[in-house]
Design a protein around this ligand. Sequence first.
Ligand SMILES: [Fe+2]
Ligand SMILES: [Fe+2]
Length: 289
Amino acid sequence: MAEQITQQRILEHVQRLGELYPPITLDSVDRQVHDPRAVADKYGHVVDYLARVELEVDRNVLELLVLLPDVQEVDRLFYADVWQPQEIQHGLILDRLQQDLGRPATTPELEVSMKMKIMGALAHLSSIQDIARLLYYLTGASTERQAVLAYNVINEGMRELGETAIAETIITPIKQQEPGHFAFYRMSATAMIQAGELRPWQLYLARILREKTYNLVGTNGQDRYRAQMGGVVTALGFATDLEKYAREVGRIEAQLLWADHQGMEFPPYVLKALRESVELYRDRGFDAA
Ligand SMILES: [Fe+2]
Ligand SMILES: [Fe+2]
């Protein structure tokens, strides 16, 4: 495996993110939109989806506290000082953008699900909590990677539409903050595997749980959001090559969780989730209840 990732290195990464990227303020945004109708037609539902997902960070923090009752200091530092303050601003800024486009505000889901509470009750056993922690990092790596890919495409698209204010004062600043989040989760998951923190039975259970519970970003285990995600994937042009997208999103996980499956480029459940989402979107459209 590549170079050793120490807790010190992860801590320094988190501190650097905090210094480099203060949360983006609403006032820093240039709200000029040349053609709101054209932007809404092309990206309205994508902006809505991303605004909701970003605003759900507050629920994600509650889930984290449930899942990791004995949270480590470096994890706490990351979510409390860097991640939540940055993501909530992404959400507020994108939600204001979509209202500037003449669309209704988004409605984030802020209730912690029963499934999560049950997992949280089990996580009081330290051997289970270690599994939950690895799954938390893998989920983070996968979802942040999806955010990076989405913002890259939207940035280009806004420039092509001539919407430079949106590209330069909204999407570019947001897009700069996502790779650091991805790196945190990638490094944290890698460090756990490298240090051999999980016994074989824990890794086995982690694989089963991951296979059963894998969700694309923001789908919250619900078909209506899966259909919407299919719409986002389609609008951003990823649906033409889902395997390529699955590779981008699932590579880290294939290397860390499925290391004994030589040559696996992405776990099969990633592609399966993508296919299901795109199919649901084709059947139901974006606004399925
Ligand atoms: Fe974000
Ligand atoms: Fe992020």
